[in-house]
Design a protein around this ligand. Structure first.
Ligand code: FEO
Length: 394
């Protein structure tokens, strides 16, 4: 890959990571990712917008060499996480006159994480501008997407918003812009679900803030850019502002078939009542798919057997994640089985404390589900369908 000119004097100089399959030792990357770095050549000054993951710093350096860049004045650091900031020390070593332009909070993090000297920084305020000569950068604080120090940069003359993680998608592609919108929608929704959803109130404020700007291109830091920004802006508005939908998410584990039998029965009963169900066997599922489903769901029903007096560890992990991601869920219930005892329902209920949910009567049975237990599942399905209807979830 060579650098790509986006507009006159504005270049993509990032790196595509086709083979990466895990982020933060947690997040699956089924389609790889990219670390988008951009170079802006003004008539007087040159700025680099973010860098790349340190594992690919040589790709960035090669791109700068291919463009014949002998001098950089500013390295704009939107975010201190390593996949964007990790190559700053290498860039500063090659261009020792460059200053790192960032928020005061990001400066502190970069000093802590990368041990960059204090004198290397220029800190900027919200909405402050920096002239490159014939090009002007305006810095817009967009905190909590997804760390507290994050900001974006607006290139006024070209109407380009550089937004770092905000609007990103973990997707390795040679396309500069989002062309296959179905594929990009899925990847961007996965990214939102895993990274941004816990900070939904902050995302709402940041979306409202950037409404003040005319944006022709969103140049974010992962995946293809948007030259039709309304596609991703509309998607984000829906994920962030819309009411949940008539959807039940049902993550479960079954060890000997009892819980699976209950899951099958409940899924059938809900489907008959017009409720969409997204069922996930946690022993094989991609947790990113579960996170995507949680973006729009109104209800979660957790299915688990009892192991060592509590929920199955894979269920515990998934419930921890659902609670931490803070989706728009309104209702929850628990189904499953036990052999001789345990405190599974109490354990799982206590793990949902972040969510503003109403707990619907759990159906937790001894051994294999009997006729009376199936009737209880019918009642649960009826209750869920009624609740969704009362709230006009469609
Ligand atoms: Fe892409 Fe929060 O780093």
């Amino acid at each position: 890959m060579r650098p790509k000119e986006i507009k006159s004097g504005v270049y993509w100089v990032g790196a595509i990571d086709w083979d990466r399959r895990l982020f933060d030792a947690l997040v699956p990357l089924p389609d790889g990712t990219s670390y988008n770095s951009y170079l802006i050549k003004g008539s007087e000054k040159i700025a680099l917008i973010d860098t790349v993951d340190p594992t690919m710093e040589q790709v960035l350096i090669n791109h700068l060499d291919q463009l014949g860049i002998e001098h950089i004045d500013y390295v704009v650091a939107h975010h201190a996480e390593q996949d964007h900031a990790g190559a700053i020390p290498q860039v500063l070593a090659k261009y020792p006159q460059a200053k790192v332009v960032t928020t005061p909070r990001c400066k502190g993090m970069l000093v802590d994480l990368l041990m960059i000297s204090q004198e290397k920084f220029i800190t900027v305020n919200d909405r402050e501008s920096l002239s490159l000569g014939d090009k002007t950068l305006e810095f817009i604080y967009t905190p909590w997407v997804h760390w507290p120090e994050t900001m974006s940069t607006y290139l006024k003359e070209e109407k380009i918003l550089f937004s770092c993680d905000f609007f990103g998608s973990h997707l390795a592609t040679t396309d500069l812009y989002a062309t296959d919108e179905g594929q990009v929608y899925e990847a961007a929704k996965r990214y939102y679900a895993e990274i941004m959803m816990p900070y939904r109130p902050n995302i709402q404020k940041n979306l409202e803030k950037i409404e003040d700007y005319a944006i022709d291109i969103i140049a974010h830091a992962h995946g293809p850019m948007y030259d039709r920004p309304e596609f991703i802006l509309k998607s984000y508005h829906s994920w962030v502002f819309d009411a949940p939908r008539n959807i039940v998410v049902l993550p479960y584990v079954s060890m000997h078939g009892s819980t699976h039998e209950m899951v099958k029965y409940l899924v059938g009963a809900l489907a008959e009542k017009g409720v969409t169900v997204k069922q996930f066997n946690l022993s094989v599922t991609d947790i990113g798919k579960l996170a995507i489903a949680l973006v729009d769901a109104a209800t979660i029903v957790i299915g688990t057997p009892t192991v060592l007096a509590g929920a199955h560890p894979m269920v515990v992990s998934a419930v921890f994640l659902a609670n931490a991601l803070r989706p728009k869920l309104r209702f929850a219930s628990i189904i499953g089985s036990y052999g001789w005892g345990g405190r599974t329902v109490e354990q799982l209920t206590s793990m949902l404390s972040n969510l503003k949910i109403e707990l619907l009567e759990p159906v937790f049975v001894k051994g294999f589900p009997k006729a009376v237990d199936l009737r209880a599942l019918d009642n649960l399905a009826t209750t869920i369908a009624q609740k969704h209807k009362e709230h006009n979830f469609i």
